[in-house]
Design a protein around this ligand. Structure first.
Ligand code: HEC
Ligand code: HEC
Ligand code: HEC
Ligand code: HEC
Ligand code: HEC
Ligand code: HEC
Ligand code: HEC
Ligand code: HEC
Ligand code: HEC
Ligand code: HEC
Length: 308
C-alpha cells in the first residue's frame, strides 16, 4: 500500500526537479537585451511580421522575438558577442539547418506544398535565398528582392521566354511567377502528365493553375478533348512564351495536331485516328487550318468533333 503511493510521488519530485533545473540552464534572456549591441536590427524589427511574437507577450521564450530564430542568447551576451556563441548564426548554417530552423514554426504553412522534396530544397536553395528577415526589399512576404528579379537572379534564361512575341505579360508586371508556380514545391496536379511537377502550383482545386484565369477552358465538357483533359495545357502550349501565335508549341497548327493524330497506335499520345478519315485526308493542304472547322478545340458541349 505504502510502496504503491511512494513510487509515483518520487517520480513527481524527480520530474519537477528536472523542470526546475531547466529554467536557469535554458539561457533565454529576452529580446530587449539584444538592443544594446544590435540597435540597427532591433529598431527595424517592429515592422517585421515576426515582431508579433514579442508584442503579444504570450509566446514561450523558445518562440518569442530574436531568440525564436537565433536560439537562447545567454552565452552570446555573456561573451559580449561572437558568431559561434549564438546557437543559430545563419551565416554559418548549412541549407538544411536553415530550413529546419524556419520550419519549426512554418511547417503548417506548407501542408499543400511539397517543401521537403521541392526542386529548390533538393538543390540546396534554402528559405534565406529568397527571404531576407532583416533586410527585405518588399514589405510583403519579406522577399530579398521584388519577385520577378528574385527569380531571374537564378533563372536568367527564363527572362527571354517572357520577351517572345506571344507571351504572358510577366516582365510588364501584370503577372508573377507565383501565379503558376509554388516556389516551395508542389505535388503534380491531376490533369498534368509531366515527367516532373516543376513546382507548377495545383492550388486548392488540384488542377493546372491556368484554369484560375482561363475559366472557360475548365469544363467539364460533354465532349472532352482527351489531350486537354489528360495531358494538360502544355501538350499544345508553351506556358511562358512562344515565337508562334497563341503560345503554341508549333508554328503550324496542323503539325501540332498530327503529333497525336497520326493513326500510328492507340494510347493517349497517339489518338489512333487514321490520317485518311471518312471526311478528310489530314495531310491534304485543303484541311491544314484545322481550327477553322474544329473551333472548340478545348472541348465542346454540342459536337463530338469540336466543330461548334
Ligand atoms: C524569423 C527569424 C529571425 C528573427 C525573429 C530574428 N532574426 Fe536575426 N537573422 C535571421 C536570419 C535568417 C539572418 C541571416 C540574414 C538574413 O537572411 O537576413 C539573421 C541575421 C541576424 C544578424 C546578422 C547581421 C544582419 O543584419 O544580417 C543579427 C545581428 C541578427 N540577426 C540579430 C537579430 C536580433 C537582434 C533579432 C531580434 C530583434 C533577430 N535577429 C530576430 C533570422 C531572424
Ligand atoms: C554585448 C553586445 C552584444 C549583445 C548584448 C548581443 N550581441 Fe549579438 N553579436 C555581438 C557582436 C559583437 C557580434 C558580431 C560577431 C562577429 O561578427 O564576429 C554579434 C553577432 C550576432 C549575430 C550574427 C551571427 C552571424 O550569423 O553572423 C547574431 C544572429 C546575434 N549576434 C544575435 C544576438 C541576439 C539574438 C542577441 C540578444 C539575445 C544578441 N545578439 C545580443 C554582440 C552582441
Ligand atoms: C525560391 C524562392 C523561395 C524559397 C526557397 C522559399 N520561399 Fe517562401 N516565398 C517565396 C515567394 C516568392 C513568396 C510569395 C508568394 C506569393 O506571392 O504568393 C513566399 C511566401 C512565403 C510565405 C508567406 C505565404 C505563405 O505561403 O504562407 C511564408 C510564410 C514563406 N514564404 C516561408 C518560407 C520558408 C519557411 C521557406 C523555407 C522553408 C521558404 N519560404 C522558402 C519564395 C521562396
Ligand atoms: C518562432 C516561430 C517562427 C520562426 C522560427 C520563423 N517564423 Fe516566420 N513567421 C512566424 C510568425 C508567427 C509569422 C506571422 C504570421 C502572421 O502574420 O500571421 C511569420 C511570418 C513569416 C513570413 C510571412 C510574412 C508575410 O508578409 O506574410 C515569412 C516570409 C516568414 N515568416 C519567413 C520565415 C523564415 C525565412 C524563417 C527562418 C529564417 C522564419 N520565418 C522563422 C513565426 C516564425
Ligand atoms: C538562389 C537561386 C534560386 C532562386 C532565387 C530561385 N531559384 Fe528556382 N531553382 C534554383 C535551382 C538551383 C533549381 C534546380 C536546378 C534547375 O532546374 O535549374 C531551381 C528549380 C526551379 C524550378 C524547377 C525547374 C525544373 O526543371 O524542374 C522552377 C519552376 C523554379 N526553380 C522556379 C523559381 C521561381 C518561380 C523563383 C522565384 C520565386 C525561383 N525559382 C527562385 C535556384 C533558384
Ligand atoms: C502562365 C503560367 C506560368 C508563369 C507565369 C511562369 N511559369 Fe514557369 N512554368 C510553367 C509551367 C506550366 C511549366 C512546366 C512546363 C513543362 O512541364 O513543359 C514551367 C516551367 C518552368 C521552369 C522549368 C522549365 C524550364 O523552362 O526551364 C522554370 C525554371 C520556370 N518555369 C521558371 C519560371 C519563372 C522564373 C517565372 C517567372 C519569371 C515563371 N516560371 C513564370 C508555368 C508558368
Ligand atoms: C494569372 C492569370 C493567368 C494564368 C494563371 C494563366 N494565364 Fe494565360 N493569359 C492570361 C492573360 C491576361 C492573357 C492575355 C494575354 C496578355 O496578357 O496580353 C493570357 C493569354 C493566354 C493565351 C493566348 C496568348 C495569345 O498570344 O493570344 C494562351 C494560349 C494562354 N494564356 C494559355 C495559358 C496556359 C497554358 C496557362 C497555364 C500554364 C495560363 N495561360 C495561365 C492570364 C493567365
Ligand atoms: C490539343 C491542343 C491544345 C491543348 C491541349 C490546349 N490548347 Fe489552348 N489552344 C489550342 C489551339 C490550336 C489554339 C488556337 C485556336 C485558334 O487557332 O483559334 C488555342 C488557343 C488558346 C487560347 C487563346 C484563344 C482562346 O480560345 O481563348 C487560350 C487562352 C488557351 N488556348 C488556353 C488553353 C488552356 C488553359 C489549356 C489547358 C486547360 C489549353 N489551352 C490546352 C490548342 C490546345
Ligand atoms: C497530345 C495529343 C493530341 C493533340 C496534340 C491533339 N489531339 Fe485531338 N485528340 C487526342 C486524343 C487522345 C483524342 C481522343 C481519341 C479517341 O477517343 O479515340 C482526340 C480527339 C480529337 C477529336 C475528336 C474525334 C475523336 O476521334 O475523338 C478531334 C476532332 C480532334 N482530336 C482534333 C484535333 C485537332 C484539330 C488538333 C490540333 C489543333 C488536335 N486534335 C490535337 C489527342 C490529341
Ligand atoms: C473544312 C473543315 C475541316 C478542316 C479544315 C479540318 N477538319 Fe477535321 N473534321 C471535319 C469534320 C466535318 C469532321 C467530322 C467527320 C464526320 O462527321 O465523320 C472532322 C473529323 C475529324 C477527326 C475525327 C475523325 C475520325 O475518324 O474520328 C479528326 C481527328 C480531325 N477531324 C482532325 C483534323 C485535323 C488534325 C485537321 C487539320 C490537319 C482537320 N481535322 C481539319 C472538318 C474539318
Amino acid at each position: 500500500m505504502l510502496r504503491g503511493s511512494l513510487l509515483p510521488a518520487l517520480l513527481l519530485v524527480l520530474l519537477s526537479c528536472a523542470a526546475w533545473a531547466q529554467t536557469p540552464q535554458s539561457g533565454y534572456v529576452g529580446s530587449n537585451v539584444c538592443k544594446t549591441c544590435h540597435a540597427d536590427v532591433w529598431f527595424n524589427f517592429y515592422k517585421n511580421p515576426h515582431y508579433k511574437s514579442i508584442a503579444s507577450g504570450k509566446e514561450t521564450p523558445q518562440r518569442a522575438g530574436c531568440e525564436g530564430c537565433h536560439g537562447p542568447g545567454g552565452a552570446h551576451v555573456e561573451a559580449r558577442g561572437g558568431k559561434t556563441t549564438i546557437p543559430r548564426a545563419f551565416s554559418l548554417m548549412q541549407p538544411k539547418a536553415v530550413m529546419d530552423a524556419c520550419l519549426t514554426c512554418h511547417a503548417g504553412n506548407f501542408d499543400k506544398a511539397n517543401i521537403r522534396r521541392s526542386e529548390h530544397t533538393q538543390n540546396d536553395v534554402p528559405c534565406t535565398s529568397c527571404h531576407s528577415v532583416h533586410h527585405s526589399a518588399t514589405p510583403k512576404f519579406l522577399l530579398a528582392k521584388k519577385q520577378t528579379e528574385l527569380c531571374y537572379g537564378c533563372h536568367a534564361n527564363i527572362r527571354a521566354q517572357f520577351e517572345m512575341p506571344s507571351r504572358h505579360r510577366v516582365n510588364e508586371g501584370f503577372m508573377e511567377c507565383s501565379d503558376c508556380h509554388n516556389p516551395h514545391g508542389a505535388f503534380a496536379p491531376e490533369n498534368r502528365m509531366a515527367d516532373r511537377p516543376r513546382m507548377v502550383d495545383p492550388g486548392l482545386l488540384n488542377e493546372e493553375p491556368c484554369l484560375k484565369c482561363h475559366v472557360d477552358k475548365r469544363g467539364p465538357f460533354v465532349y472532352e478533348h482527351a489531350s486537354v483533359a489528360v495531358e494538360g495545357c502544355e501538350a499544345c502550349h508553351s506556358p511562358h512564351g512562344s515565337m508562334n501565335s497563341r503560345l503554341l508549341r508549333r508554328p503550324v497548327t496542323a503539325t501540332l495536331c498530327l503529333e497525336c493524330h497520326n493513326g500510328s497506335s492507340f494510347g493517349i499520345r497517339n489518338a489512333g485516328v487514321d490520317l485518311q478519315t471518312a471526311t478528310h485526308n489530314l495531310l491534304d493542304p485543303k484541311f491544314q487550318k484545322c481550327t477553322t472547322c474544329h473551333v472548340r478545340i478545348h472541348g465542346s458541349n454540342s459536337s463530338f468533333y469540336f466543330l461548334r
